[in-house]
Design a protein around this ligand. Sequence first.
Ligand SMILES: [Zn+2]
Length: 493
Amino acid sequence: MKKVLLFLIDSMMSDVLERCVAMGKAPGLQFFMERGQYISDCVTVFPTMTASVDCSLITGVYPDQHKVPGLVWYDPETNEMINYINGTASVGKLGFEHCAKNVLFDLNERHLSRDVKTIHEVLEENGLVSGSINVIAHRGHKRHKVHMPPVLDAVTRFNLREKASGPTIMSLGTLVRPALFRPIVWNWAQSAAKGYGINDTYAIDVLIEVINSGQQPDFTLIYLPENDHKLHVSPHEAVEHLAEVDEQLVRFLDSYSSWEQVLERNVCIFISDHGQTLIGESDEHNIDLEAMLAGFSIHRLGTDVTDEYDVVICNNERMTYLYPLKEENLLPLSAAVSQDPRIDLIAWREGERVVVRRGGSDRFLQFWKGGPLRDPYGNEWGMEGDSGVLEVEQEGRDICFGTYPDAFSRLYGSLFSQRGPVLVLTAAEGFEFLSEASPTHLGGGSHGSLHKQDSLIPLLVAGASRPFPVPARLVDVKDFILQELGVAVRDRR
Ligand SMILES: [Zn+2]
């Protein structure tokens, strides 16, 4: 049986991939495209932020089931703001120790629901071996020792006694190294400046070593983050950024005796987690939430969440969660942000329903699970109000989406990922949210929203025994891989 390799290339976009290949700057990806199935409009989950997307990729479900709502969110049960490390300023205020613990342990051990299984858990329960290279969501049945770099230990007094759970073969930069291969000779890719090995070069180094060791797992997920970092800063050089990712893929291809041999031995899948949207250059393109909510008492980062505050802001770039600490503040908060057309959508729960308001207007739409309508993925919904709010097209029983792909399942997924009162805001094209210490990208790229620019991703499958089902969604990748590896339907959950 072939092995499966899944490459997750952060912020890879279809138009950029196509241009890069057409210009001859991505020979590696071109090789796979010419021999595989290329889907340019696969839909990711919402919010379009790496943490929630990674969890959906490895569990095959939306956040309402895996319970990781975003990169930054508030947990009302522990009164804690969760940040899986977004932005040095906010991490500085919340404390590096707190955020490192969030991303290294809490994400996998506490937040990611035990009611769903990761692909690693399913594979290893079925007698196969699984691997994860540099992915922050990595829960599995094995325990791995974490080696904090001495410098970080000294600075943060971060004293780790716990082990991280993961599949048999696990790498997390230099913090968790797979035991089976000889140590990779130290190079700059392992330095603090390069994220202690959380970078493309080191990920491919590890992949090549794992394959050469003769113990390649049946499935390996490899995360390549650098494209995202570069696009945030210089989106106009997108083709060059992706070409640099391709250089790493070529290094992997060249590690075989021929490129053809790679596909004789492996199914190779390439996917992105989300797209990016160009943010305008002037200050007004940062939507200042604190100014907009001046009438409310806003929680300050790094302080305890207490009754004296009205609202907690959890900024996910082009998406924000607003948490009213008292239920009765939900509608006043929604009203306070409703007049600004730079806010695209405002959404909240009402019982089992989702209410969506178009920013800067009085247009409302409600939808709920289990009505007479059917979306392109076979899910049934009820809908009432102005369908134009989410640009839903209806023909008889059938509904479809355009500007906001898979809008119902994705909005539902984020709003029902948590129990307490919460508002979802998304920014209109060209805008992102500004709040205390949040990273901003004026003139750069940003993501997080429900809009198709942030939500449609390329999916490239080469060497598989069957075509990937369309219309394609990121949540369907897990099942496709399990099928390729011969795991029976009844054993997949
Ligand atoms: Zn990003």
